[in-house]
Design a protein around this ligand. Structure first.
Ligand code: NAD
Ligand code: ZN
Length: 245
């Protein structure tokens, strides 16, 4: 696989490299994306289940969906794209993954600096007082409630219409501003505010590289669009990086 001289020249000297990831990076592990053809569960669209109103109306249904996704995620493994990002963290002095994924696969692969924008499906929290819960709940026994306040416990993920964890978003924006090269990988680049991060990076001088087999709203604005699956492109890029760094 060939990479452009422009990209390799930037990567040869880059000190700070940022990466935004979306569901597409986990596709090769067997985790369905939301906007792909496998984005349905029991006839429901993710948008119908991943919101607080759905949880208030039918917490059992929403929990069953998360339970299904959590079990699926626990059975899969990180793929070559995740592992290539572990190599990249070793190569660049300042490196961060900013992820919209909730599947914990970057952490399982071994990346240290992961900024989670949308929470983590392995964690739960009280929907009333916010207390975090790390244990798994058997939701077939009923919806878990918070011993402290009696509120319903929910998955610790960001639902449609909810705001992102402020501190993490701030860190992500700061990192995007500091990045000399910024990758947007496997994201449809439509869900805000994550979708703005590549533009923030570019506005501050970064060379922006998209990796996605499809075109997205970002494709024209990016300096390069490497059109293909991340699990093929990233390992090939790491081979080049090891020659030049
Ligand atoms: P998305 O489902 O909207 O888009 C996925 C993108 O990945 C598409 O543009 C697709 O073309 C691309 N893609 C598919 N296969 C790929 C591959 N092998 N390599 C590179 N790209 C590939 O995902 P999104 O932009 O992350 O937005 C969906 C939201 O849903 C996110 O906020 C995320 O929290 C959540 N989500 C997370 C997971 C997960 O944690 N694995 C899975 C589904 C959805
Ligand atoms: Zn509580």
């Amino acid at each position: 696989m060939e990479f452009s001289e422009r990209l390799l020249e930037r990567l040869k000297v880059a000190y700070t490299v940022g990466v935004l990831t979306g569901a597409g990076i986990s596709a090769a592990s067997g985790v369905p994306t939301f906007r792909g053809k496998d984005g349905l569960w029991n006839k429901y669209r993710p948008e119908e289940l991943a919101n607080f109103e759905a949880f208030q109306t039918n917490p059992k249904l929403v929990w069953e969906w998360y339970d299904w996704r959590r079990k699926l995620i626990q059975q899969v493994k990180p793929n070559l794209a995740h592992y290539a990002l572990v190599d990249m963290e070793r190569i660049f002095p300042e490196f961060a993954i900013i992820t919209q994924n909730v599947d914990n696969l970057h952490q399982r692969a071994g990346n240290q600096h992961v900024i989670e924008l949308h929470g983590n499906i392995l964690r739960s929290k009280c929907s009333r007082c916010g207390k975090p819960y790390l244990q798994e709940f058997d939701v077939k026994q009923g919806i878990p409630t918070c011993p402290d306040c009696g509120g319903l416990i929910r998955p610790d993920v960001v639902w449609f219409g909810e705001t992102l964890p402020e501190n993490n978003l701030h860190q992500a924006q700061e990192f995007a501003m500091a990045s000399e090269v910024f990758f947007a990988i496997g994201t449809s680049a439509v869900v805000e505010p994550a979708a703005s991060l590549p533009y923030i990076a570019k506005g501050n001088g970064a060379y922006v590289v998209e990796i996605n087999p499809e075109d997205t709203p970002l494709s024209d604005a990016a300096d390069e669009h490497l059109k293909g699956p991340a699990d093929q492109i990233l390992p090939a890029l790491v081979i080049e990086l090891e020659k030049i760094r």
